[in-house]
Design a protein around this ligand. Structure first.
Ligand SMILES: NC(=O)c1ccc[n+]([C@@H]2O[C@H](COP(=O)([O-])OP(=O)(O)OC[C@H]3O[C@@H](n4cnc5c(N)ncnc54)[C@H](O)[C@@H]3O)[C@@H](O)[C@H]2O)c1
Length: 259
């Protein structure tokens, strides 16, 4: 086990926590000593496997099935954290989906799905976690997993960009509103990360090469590289960062006109 126990006995909720970036965040926060509520919507067996890995790191963990696009189910996550572990110190709004559809062909249903799972969930996840943090006192951290596309157009994925742009302003506005409570709200903006959301690109050598060539560091990020940024923002080294986004994108926003 690593000796860095920066987050010893902190309690974290990670939405969309049993795959990809969320899974890596669960493991990194646990490695640093946090107890975790893993939110998931599918694949209970993946959650059970992850719970075992967290236990093996010496931390407490529960998996809770909750659809983050529903406010009552987000409240269930906060309630489960308080019931099991007594508090919430870190809320990671990570769950997200995309439709890869343009402004011309996105349906109302696709639009609502993306906005509800990505943005509505982050808004109410922030609200409900912050209410609990204020009740218990002592501040807290809310970390929104946004994207380079909070700022950077992705033609052919319009609703996704809108949702991430909304998370950008949520982070900034809620960060200012909650600062008097010492609740820090920060976005983490990944570039391209090797996770299930990118399987189409990862399974197509030509598309993958085009992507790698566009990234100054020459490769997609590993989920662990994003998780370490989240753990930093949740810990003692990040007491003065709020209402902003930290990008971890291999330099792509500075070098490519869009993909
Ligand atoms: N992979 C990338 O290149 C990349 C880049 C930038 C940002 N992101 C963001 O990172 C986050 C995690 O994505 P990922 O790459 O790990 O992909 P992923 O598909 O593995 O993770 C998304 C998770 O959200 C969960 N989810 C979907 N709908 C849900 C709902 N209604 N309630 C609860 N959970 C739900 C999924 O089950 C899944 O576990 C997303 O917000 C995504 O937009 C990813």
């Amino acid at each position: 086990m690593e000796s860095n126990m920066n987050l010893k006995d902190k309690v974290a909720i990670v939405t969309g926590g049993n795959s990809g970036i969320g899974l890596a965040i669960v493991l990194e926060l646990a490695r640093q000593g946090a107890n975790i509520v893993i939110d998931y919507i599918a694949h209970p067996e993946a959650t059970e496997d992850l719970e075992k890995q967290v236990h093996a790191l010496g931390d407490k963990v529960i998996g809770v099935m909750a659809d983050v696009s529903r406010v009552d189910q987000l409240q269930n996550l906060v309630d489960a954290a308080v019931k099991e572990f007594g508090r919430v110190d870190i809320m990671v709004n990570n769950a997200g989906v995309e439709t890869r559809t343009s402004v011309l062909d996105t349906t109302e249903q696709q639009f609502e799905k993306v906005m509800n799972i990505n943005l509505k969930s982050a808004f109410f996840g922030t609200q409900l976690a912050a209410r609990q943090m204020i009740k218990q006192g002592g501040g807290g951290r809310i970390i929104n997993i946004t994207s380079v596309h909070e700022d950077w157009p992705m033609p052919g994925n319009t609703a996704y960009c809108l949702s991430k742009g909304g998370m950008r302003m949520l982070t900034r506005t809620a960060g200012v509103e909650l600062a008097p409570h010492n609740i820090l709200v920060v976005g983490v903006g990944p570039g391209a990360v090797a996770t299930p959301i990118n399987l189409v690109t990862m399974n197509d050598p030509a598309l993958l090469k085009k992507l790698d060539d566009a990234i100054p560091l020459g490769r997609m990020a590993k989920p662990e590289e994003i998780a370490k940024v989240v753990a930093f923002l949740a810990g003692d080294g990040a007491t003065y960062i709020t209402a902003t986004t930290i990008f971890a994108d291999g330099g792509i926003m500075q070098s490519s006109p869009g993909l």
